[in-house]
Design a protein around this ligand. Structure first.
Ligand SMILES: [Zn+2]
Length: 160
């Protein structure tokens, strides 16, 4: 633990001087804060929880704003949101296959996500007949590849 005030240093009564001192010691204060958080995890968590509770509305508005911004700027993200909304509209959600074994590798100890057999980018529909449970690893590795292409890539890269 480091001491905030070095010996010989007295806290300033003058606010301007105190502000200067804070600026001069910014790095030290940061380190002090980090150390405090490490040794006072419980207190930190409690205060974070309290902050979140007290600022619930503000935080939610900020998150919405950020998502909206990303939606207009990030085309990939826009696609994901639209796809999610479309699925939700049909009564499906991202957890609809949870607990089911992965369609591709058969693993059932990984959370199953919803995957499009024929990728949407290749005209695959959001119909249930085109949706399969897939573990995150397979889903991420398959990406926008068709099944045939993906199997070829997978064979080249690893055995499964
Ligand atoms: Zn899998």
């Amino acid at each position: 633990m480091i001491n905030l005030v070095r010996s010989g240093e007295t806290p300033y009564k003058d606010l301007n001087k105190h502000a200067e001192w804070l600026l001069r010691n910014r790095e030290r204060l940061k380190e002090y804060r980090r150390n405090w958080e490490i040794t006072n995890k419980d207190k930190r968590d409690a205060s974070k929880r309290a902050y979140r509770k007290a600022n619930h509305e503000k935080l939610r508005t900020r998150a919405t704003e950020r998502a909206r911004e990303r939606y207009t700027e990030d085309e990939e993200y826009r696609k994901v949101v639209l796809q999610r909304n479309q699925l939700r509209h049909r009564g499906y959600d991202s957890k609809m296959f949870e607990g089911q074994p992965c369609f591709y590798c058969g693993s059932d100890n990984r959370k199953a996500t919803v995957d499009h057999l024929v990728p949407q980018s290749q005209g695959g529909s959001n119909d249930i007949s085109n949706l399969v449970p897939s573990c995150r690893q397979c889903n991420a590795s398959k990406g926008a590849n068709s099944l045939e292409v993906w199997y070829q890539i997978k064979e080249l890269v690893c055995e499964f």
